[in-house]
Design a protein around this ligand. Structure first.
Ligand code: NAD
Length: 496
C-alpha cells in the first residue's frame, strides 16, 4: 500500500477479534467482563476485549494439557510440525497488512515499521524454528562399550508466554515459535494494551493445522490473567518478557506454586559508546539516534545512554541532534512517519516525568522534551536529548522506555567501560571504533548479553538474545531458545 490514505481506508474497514481463544474457539471471559482497548493513535476505543482471570486461565491450561497428553502435536514427527508451522508462517505473511494495522492501531508504532519490521520478523521466526526442528539431533554420552547413555530432548508440556506491548506479536513469536516447534502446548497472555494481533493470530494457527488446545490466548490484565498463569499448578514453564519488577513476581509465583521453570527477558539501559576513532561518524550518529528513537524508545535494548569520547563530543552531539529532527512524531498510518505515539497516556506521562527529573538533577535539555500532536487525541512525545548527564542521575540509571537520550562524556577506554557497566541491567551494549583490538577488548569487558560493534542493531533470529544481571536469564532466538522449551532426559542402558 503506497499512501497514508490507503492505510486509513484499510483501518476503517477492519473488524477486531476481541475474545479469548481457548481450545480452538473464541470465547468470552467466564465472568463476561471486558475492558476498553484504547488506541494511542487518537485516544479512541478500538474494541472491548475479554478480561480473563483465573477461571479462564484454568480452562486454557486444561485444554492445553489435554492437547499435550493426546499427543497429536507433541508426538507428531518433527517434519510434520515443520510443515504446519511453515503454513502458519505463510498465513501470517498473507495477512501482513492486517496484522501490521492491528499493531499500529493498538500501540501506535509507524505502519512502515509494523509491517516491515514487526510482522516480517514474526514470519521469519516462525519459519526459522519450523525449518530448524527436524534438524536438531539428540546425543549419545561417551560411556564406553558396556552402557548406552542416551540424552534426548522432550517438550515440557504446557508453556505460558507472558509478553509486553512494545512489539506485541514479535515478542510473542520469540516464545511461541520455538515452544510450538519443540512440541509444547502454549498459552499466550498478551499485554493488556496490545492484545489484538495475538488474538487474531490464534485463528491463523488453527487454519494452518495446529490442533485445538495447542495454541491458546488469554487477554487480560497482569494482576489477574498474568498472575493466574504464573501461579497455576499445572503450567510447566513461564517464558516472560517485560519489566524487571514484574519478572521478579514470576520468580515468586513459581516458588509459591509448583516450581515451574521461569525464563525472564527484562529491562535494559544500553550504553552506546562512541570512540573518537570510529570510522564513520555519520553512521554512528544515525545509529545513536535510531537506537533511541525507533519505536519511540519503547525498546528493551534502546541505546538510552550515549557515551561520547570528550574530544569529539561537540560535533558528534550536534550530528545526533540534527538527525533527531527526522523522528519528529507523525501520523502512524503515514508511510513517511518514523516515530509514532507512545503506547498509552501513562507511558507518555512517565517519559515526560523523566524529562522533568533530568532537568531538576542538572542535566541539560538540548532537544525535545514535550508532548506534541495533542489535537490528534493520541500520546506523542518529541525526540528528546539530554547533554551533560552524570551516570548516577535518575535518567541514566532507570529504564525510561521513551524517546529520551542521556549523553555522558568520557575521557578514556577504562572510564567508558566503568560507566557502561555501572547499571543493574545487562541486556545490550554498543561500541563504535575502527580499532579491532580495542573493539574486542571492550566487548569482553562489557557485562551484557549482546555487544554490537559499529551498529546498534543486534541481529536476527539466528543469534541468541537475553540478559546479564537484572535484565534476566534464558535466551530467546537461535537454537539456544529450544533449551527453554525442552527437558533433557537421560536414558541409561547397561549393555554388560
Ligand atoms: P510489564 O512488566 O508491565 O508487563 C509485561 C507483561 O506482564 C504484560 O503482559 C503484563 O500484563 C504482565 N504483568 C504485569 N503485571 C503483572 C503481575 N503483577 N503479574 C503477572 N503478570 C503481570 O512490562 P511492559 O510495560 O508491558 O513492557 C515494558 C517492559 O518490557 C520494559 O521493562 C522492557 O525493557 C521490557 N522488555 C524486555 C524485552 C527483552 O527482551 N528483554 C523486550 C521487550 C520489552
Amino acid at each position: 500500500m503506497a499512501t497514508a490514505i490507503d492505510w486509513h481506508a484499510e483501518a476503517a474497514k477492519l473488524s477486531f477479534r476481541s475474545q479469548a481463544f481457548i481450545n480452538g474457539k473464541y470465547v468470552p471471559a467466564a465472568s463476561g467482563k471486558t475492558y476498553d482497548n484504547v488506541s494511542p493513535v487518537d485516544g479512541k476505543v478500538l474494541a472491548k476485549v475479554a478480561s480473563c482471570d483465573r477461571e479462564d486461565v484454568d480452562r486454557a491450561v486444561k485444554a492445553a494439557r489435554a492437547a499435550f497428553n493426546a499427543g497429536k502435536w507433541a508426538e507428531a514427527a518433527p517434519k510434520q510440525r515443520k510443515r504446519t508451522l511453515q503454513k502458519f508462517a505463510d498465513l501470517i505473511a498473507k495477512h501482513a497488512d492486517e496484522l501490521a494495522l492491528l499493531e499500529t492501531l493498538d500501540m501506535g508504532k509507524p505502519i512502515m515499521f509494523a509491517k516491515g519490521v514487526d510482522v516480517m520478523s514474526v514470519v521469519d521466526h516462525v519459519r526459522w524454528f519450523a525449518e530448524a526442528i527436524d534438524k536438531v539431533y539428540d546425543e549419545i554420552a561417551p560411556t564406553g562399550k558396556d552402557a548406552l547413555g542416551m540424552i534426548t530432548r522432550e517438550p515440557l508440556g504446557v508453556v505460558g508466554a507472558v509478553v509486553p506491548w512494545n512489539f506485541p506479536l514479535l515478542m510473542a513469536a520469540w516464545k511461541f515459535a520455538p515452544a510450538l516447534a519443540a512440541g509444547n502446548s502454549v498459552i499466550l497472555k498478551p499485554a493488556e494494551q496490545s492484545p489484538l494481533s495475538a488474538i487474531r493470530v490464534a485463528e491463523l494457527a488453527m487454519e494452518a493445522g495446529i490442533p485445538e488446545g495447542v495454541f491458546n490466548v488469554v487477554p487480560g490484565f497482569g494482576e489477574t490473567a498474568g498472575q493466574a498463569l504464573g501461579r497455576h499448578m499445572d503450567v510447566d514453564a513461564i517464558a516472560f518478557t517485560g519489566s524487571t519488577e514484574v519478572g521478579k513476581f514470576f520468580l515468586k509465583y513459581s516458588g509459591e506454586s509448583n516450581m515451574k521453570i521461569v525464563s525472564l527477558e527484562c529491562g535494559g539501559k544500553t550504553p552506546n559508546i562512541v570512540f573518537a576513532d570510529a570510522a564513520n561518524m555519520d553512521a554512528a550518529a544515525m545509529g545513536a539516534a535510531s537506537g533511541i528513537f525507533f519505536n519511540s524508545g519503547q525498546v528493551c535494548v534502546a541505546s538510552s545512554r550515549l557515551l561520547v569520547e570528550e574530544k569529539i563530543h561537540d560535533d558528534f552531539v550536534e550530528k545526533v541532534k540534527a538527525i533527531s529532527a527526522a523522528f519528529h512524531p507523525g501520523d502512524p498510518l503515514d508511510v513517511n512517519t518514523r516515530m509514532g505515539s507512545m503506547v498509552d497516556k501513562s507511558q507518555m506521562d512517565r517519559a515526560l516525568s523523566y524529562v522533568e527529573k533530568g532537568q531538576k538533577e542538572g542535566a541539560k535539555l538540548i532537544a525535545g522534551g514535550r508532548q506534541v500532536r495533542q489535537n490528534s487525541g493520541g500520546f506523542y512525545v518529541e525526540p528528546t536529548i539530554f547533554d551533560k548527564v552524570a551516570n548516577d542521575m535518575t535518567i541514566a540509571q532507570e529504564e525510561i522506555f521513551g524517546p529520551v537520550l542521556s549523553t555522558i562524556t568520557f575521557r578514556d577506554t577504562e572510564e567508558a567501560i566503568r560507566i557502561a557497566n555501572d547499571t543493574i541491567y545487562g541486556l545490550q551494549a554498543c561500541l563504535w571504533t575502527n580499532d579491532l583490538t580495542k573493539a574486542h577488548r571492550v566487548a569482553r569487558a562489557l557485562r551484557a548479553g549482546t555487544v554490537n560493534i559499529n551498529n546498534t542493531d543486534g541481529g536476527g533470529v539466528e543469534v541468541p538474545f537475553g540478559g546479564y544481571k537484572q535484565s534476566g536469564f534464558g535466551r530467546d532466538k537461535s537454537l539456544h531458545a529450544l533449551d527453554k522449551y525442552t527437558q533433557l532426559k537421560t536414558t541409561y542402558i547397561k549393555l554388560a
